[in-house]
Design a protein around this ligand. Structure first.
Ligand SMILES: Nc1ncnc2c1ncn2[C@@H]1O[C@H](COP(=O)(O)OP(=O)(O)OP(=O)(O)O)[C@@H](O)[C@H]1O
Ligand SMILES: Nc1ncnc2c1ncn2[C@@H]1O[C@H](COP(=O)(O)OP(=O)(O)OP(=O)(O)O)[C@@H](O)[C@H]1O
Ligand SMILES: [Mg+2]
Ligand SMILES: [Mg+2]
Lengths: 257, 257
């Protein structure tokens, strides 16, 4: 059984890519075979990891030309963590997909083989900061959604719109989609604002907020420039510990009856 | 002469909205009559200021239904600063605009009257974190572009793609468009990464980086929850001083022969 999780939030800079990469690495470390699907034209997740083979095909070829996921997948330097890379060509995909049949389900169809072979326990899909066709493809393909929420006031604003979009996708395109959890990111204990936002999200979404809260930590911003996840760049740092705790909590939620 | 400036970067969370709101307030304080056009469906700029009249029409009505800009504009609590608000209906505009004639120039045409009446010295357009039709409308309507760049590694990645997009717009849709400047945001003096990114941007874009660098400051994240710009929420804070300095530097660039 492969669990496919989309990491979505139209608010920019809330930690979607950081979560895909570091949660992915922590899950691999915990023995879950994981693949990150980079569906963002910025290709930040691809840049944050180091592919072990040359990148020839990307998610663009999968979505637009129907190339098999396995032919675009490469291993990363993290044992047990693979990636299907993105490229800037993906920026054009949203327009090119509009005229293709079954445009919302291109990724879901591509993932059918991945689900059948069962080579991976978990697939994490990194999305761009919008609710366009790339994010919708991820929501249609996924079993669950992880929503990173930065501990800032402006991040609260868009959550209502995001939840309504999830409900629309559930009703029309993917009945089985569930909200796996809301992940609080860049928590800064020096500010009241951070705790207020954490409490506010807990009130609006009881039982849906992950207990693990990711602290703001300078090393987290440095790791991508070395092409490494935080778990190997700074293995004992607050960020690495938090993403390992998150991996544990997620495994608990996925394995729960 | 109204200077129209688009605030653009497809990377999310780099300080586009914070710059539109706080630079707008600082320019108004310096006696320049300013209007912020909120072209982001998240409507964060609209949320960060307090309109003095009820919001009836929004930028959506201007772009899709051809309503006059003046009919959607309201004053804010900041003297000399107006806003044309956004609403979430704008999320559908990118798809609705695709089939309209002159879809890239809807905002440019709407701003013709604003330029003729000359009631404003400066118009700042806040854009969503993408290079879709809403941002393209802003680039076609604008005289100049301000690119906020967060002092983080992942922010560097997308600048090449952004500059190529600006060049494409200059060639095909708006010959007069210029890159007014790159603004470094959320500078954290405690990290080497911040200074490295500032230097890197200065090397790639000599003479284009604003001298003013916006520091990371907790009060900056708090101000929007009170519907106030930093210049009134915390007038002597590092953030307020930096945005006033930026307003001065920008006026110097705009007035230069
Ligand atoms: N916990 C953290 N502490 C400090 N910095 C962080 C943390 N998480 C993420 N960052 C940094 O903040 C910036 C934004 O994070 P990231 O790029 O992961 O967000 P995103 O939601 O994927 O952005 P986008 O909307 O552009 O896709 C990055 O430069 C990242 O390195
Ligand atoms: N100098 C600063 N110091 C501290 N926090 C800041 C600073 N500038 C912006 N912020 C905060 O960082 C977050 C991101 O900023 P902002 O929303 O302005 O970016 P954006 O580029 O408009 O994001 P989006 O891509 O979603 O439109 C916000 O919560 C904001 O309050
Ligand atoms: Mg990202
Ligand atoms: Mg914004």
């Amino acid at each position: 059984m492969t669990h496919v999780l989309a990491i979505v939030n139209q608010k920019g800079g809330v930690g979607k890519t950081t979560t895909a990469v570091n949660l992915g690495a922590a899950l691999a470390e915990a023995g879950r075979r994981t693949v990150v699907l980079d569906c963002d034209p910025q290709a930040n997740a691809t840049r944050s990891l180091t592919p072990l083979q040359p990148v020839e095909r990307t998610i663009y070829d999968v979505l637009v030309d129907g190339v098999a996921i396995a032919d675009a997948m490469v291993q990363t330097q993290v044992e047990g963590l693979d990636i299907v890379p993105a490229s800037q060509a993906l920026a054009g995909a949203e327009i090119e997909l509009v005229n293709l049949a079954g445009r919302e389900a291109r990724l879901r169809d591509a993932l059918k083989v991945l689900r059948q072979t069962g080579d991976h326990d978990i697939a994490l899909i990194d999305c761009p900061p919008s609710l366009g066709l790339l994010s919708v493809n991820a929501l249609v393909a996924a079993d669950g959604v992880i929503v990173p929420v930065q501990c800032e006031y402006l991040s609260l604003e868009g959550l209502g719109h995001l939840v309504r979009t999830l409900e629309l996708v559930q009703k029309r395109l993917n009945q089985d989609l569930e909200l796996t959890g809301l992940l609080m990111t860049m928590f800064d204990p020096r500010t009241n604002l951070s705790s207020q936002v954490v409490e506010e999200v807990g009130r609006h979404f009881p039982r849906k907020r992950f207990h693990t809260v990711i602290p703001r930590s300078i090393r987290m911003g440095e790791a991508p420039s070395y092409g490494e996840p935080i778990t190997s760049y700074a293995p004992r740092s607050p960020g690495a510990l938090a993403y390992r705790a998150l991996a544990g909590e997620l495994i608990g939620r996925l394995d729960a009856p």
